[in-house]
Design a protein. Structure first.
Length: 326
């Protein structure tokens, strides 16, 4: 059965030219190694990108800048430019704010500016600071408080490990490009997002901010596969009896999961067995992944018997509309 529903995608990237010129040259080479055309695709939001949306039957693409921690001035400039991109095709584009968490209080102010002034739908930012710091301490409370107040989601996006972590965990008797991929998009950075979610739970972030909305991609960044092992263990953690929310409740109420970059039924079957369908959303990870490949996966999912037509529509667009309030 051909897909008749409009698709909405949430982890879809752009790059402003001025930030591309400042971006780490090794990271640029890494992206180019995956796809030599990726630079042009990241920098383009005109007819070429719209054509890829049409080819993938995507009605709405939520634009986000490739995750980074720019200066305060650059952060604001990026978001101003994102808004200009949205204005090109307001019928097809929405935006997540670019936030630098080096100064969480300024990030909170910028989130409010983008949501109130520009109508942005939330924010997408790197999973850690550049030095590997997670966002589980009081230093970051102001951002969570503001996101809860504004009722918008925060999307944790994977980021490359630090040089020290790479040397310890991923470098080995093989070429450097292999260690980069092991530590990055093959496995490492996905597991680090999973660790971050567990740290936020352990630190009581979801008790302090019970309505906080966190989005993670790539079919749950390994967590769905491990969830039924982890949940019983957390009941024995010190302080467990004083928690307001157990991990299962946090997973059901505070976490949303997208399909970005993983177009296979095996991980989807696992996700569906561990996660409420209302919390699963379609995404592509364009241009690092292809919109037409995502469309083929959605066709496969629709015809797989894993989901009803009602649940397919939720994953395709209804859950996104509910989460983003569009």
């Amino acid at each position: 059965m051909p897909i008749q529903t409009p698709l909405i995608t949430l982890e879809e990237h752009v790059f402003t030219q001025f930030m591309w010129d400042k971006y780490d040259v090794n990271a640029r080479r890494g992206m180019a190694a995956r796809d030599p055309t990726v630079q042009d695709k990241l920098l383009e939001t005109g007819d070429g990108r719209i054509a890829t949306l049409d080819a993938g039957s995507i009605q709405t693409q939520v634009l986000s800048h490739i995750p980074c921690h720019p200066s305060l001035e650059d952060m604001q400039k990026v978001n101003d430019e994102l808004y200009e991109m949205k204005k090109q095709r307001p019928d097809r584009y929405e935006c997540f704010a670019c936030l630098s968490l080096n100064d969480p209080s300024e990030a909170a102010k910028e989130l409010e500016r983008c949501v109130v002034k520009y109508g942005f739908l939330g924010a997408l930012f790197p999973n850690t600071l550049d030095d590997g710091t997670f966002y589980d301490t009081a230093r970051f409370y102001s951002l969570y408080e503001k996101a809860q107040e504004l009722d918008v989601p925060l999307y944790l996006h994977p980021i490359f490990p630090t040089a020290d972590v790479s040397k310890l965990l991923f470098d080995g008797p093989y070429p450097k490009p292999v260690s980069i991929q092991i530590g990055g998009w093959c496995y490492g950075w996905h597991a680090t997002v999973a660790i971050h979610v567990l740290r936020l739970f352990a630190a009581g972030i979801f008790d302090r901010y019970p309505k906080l909305k966190v989005v993670i991609g790539h079919m749950g960044e390994t967590l769905p596969f491990m969830l039924d092992r982890i949940i019983p263990q957390t009941a024995n953690w010190p302080g467990a009896t004083s928690r307001v929310k157990e991990l299962r409740q946090v997973w059901d109420e505070n976490i949303w999961v997208t399909t970005s970059g993983m177009f296979a039924l095996g991980p989807m079957a696992c996700l569906l067995r561990t996660t409420k369908v209302d919390r699963i959303l379609y995404s592509v990870d364009y241009p690092l992944e292809d919109n037409q490949d995502g469309f083929k996966f959605m066709e496969e999912l629709q015809n797989s018997g894993l989901v009803s037509e009602e649940d397919f529509a939720k994953i395709a667009y209804q859950n996104a509309k509910a989460l983003l309030r569009i």
